[in-house]
Design a protein around this ligand. Sequence first.
Ligand code: ADP
Ligand code: MG
Length: 455
Amino acid sequence: MELTADEAWSRVLERARAELPEQAYRTWLLPTKALAISESALIVAAPSEFAAEWIEDKYGEFLTAVARSLLGGSVNVAFEVRPPDEPVARSLPLLPAGDLEELDAPRAESSGPRAAAAACGLRERYTLENFVVGANSQLAVAACHAVADAPGRTYNPLFIHGDVGLGKTHLMHAIGNAVLQRSPTRRVAYVPTERFTNELVEAIRGRRMSEFRHRYRRLDVLLVDDVHFLAAKEATQEEFFHTFNALYEAQKQIVLTSDRPPKEIAKLQDRLVSRFEWGLVVDIRPPDFETRLAILEAKAAENELAVPRDVLVLIAERCRSSVRELEGALMKLHISSGLLRREIDLALAETALHGSGGAPRAVTPAKIEALVAKAFGVSPQELRSRARRRPVVTARQAAMYLERELLQLPYSQIGGRFGGRDHSTVIHSLRSLEQRVVSDPDLRQRVETIRRQLQ
Ligand code: ADP
Ligand code: MG
């Protein structure tokens, strides 16, 4: 079956629409356009850097999963920035892997490396060049350069750890992009740990283990993001151990990231902990004031935003914990300025950023589940299980409700976190909770308290 890029993307969007809050769908996905398709990549245009960033961050994994289930095997959805008035290529028939092309001639020469990057799961916008280096990240960045220059020959594995939003994922993609730029035929793959796990489960179920192993063991550079998600996953750890050994012995490069150093990852086999420490372990810390300011200047320039310096200083003073937060503040300002049709100045910044800065750290599903479990007196494991005890069911519904409300997660992703429940079960649970809070003030109170603690 031959699908054009437009047709393929419409199908993905149709499914996404059924899964996402309408508001999120309209704001972020509706303004996108398909650009090109091959067996390994579906390239989509977003109207701005911010939009691309946001969609990739919140929905990238989800969209790739949907695309894979609808279009088959190993498609990666990748976003590219293109202003809405720029003409978009007519769509193309499905091309063989790696043979991606587009019809608008002026950019045709860029389709080679771009297609190669997308097929490896790499975001091309994340490069070493556009990563702003500060004292907080100097060592990590130097290590990334060394690894990109001579994959498999210097630090192997390279293990980067640090809090959320400090640039670990960016650096990982940047290594992959740098390697490909120098030698486009190198086999590079970026894979979030959760995807590695899901692919493994599917390979076992579909009796396609040798294909799975082949796919990972033939690589030159394997980039595995967020390995703290290996915690307590025995089968995945077992398989990962063998993948690691095969690549390591063949002197292939492995790069890992985590929110904590190897030793502190709970329920991780000792043999993996020790392997993760074989190469170089480096951390990234929160940026200092000067670095925050430099990052803001770079982001404003990238997005072609005219932001006065005193406004950048204000943001840099307020938002201290992560780069993600800095980006968020700048985006909020950009959106407010558009909505209110006002120039960005200090007064607008004060209004728009009211309440942000010094803000609590990002809300995550894990954080919601931990708080809900505590408030309802059940364990997080029970919460995520399929147990049907009444208090557990109520707590689970509350957690699902908060994840939908606060994080706008797709139904399937919520279901996946709670014992692999499907789309309609999640919808049912959400409805049930919404009805119950109307007639049960105590329950309403409890959910509201948790919401306040999170925000
Ligand atoms: P992590 O993986 O550590 O949670 P990310 O790599 O996703 O963090 O970074 C969050 C966002 O901040 C990304 O959009 C990334 O491009 C940006 N970012 C982080 N650090 C820097 C930096 N030093 N220079 C430029 N952008 C950065
Ligand atoms: Mg990350």
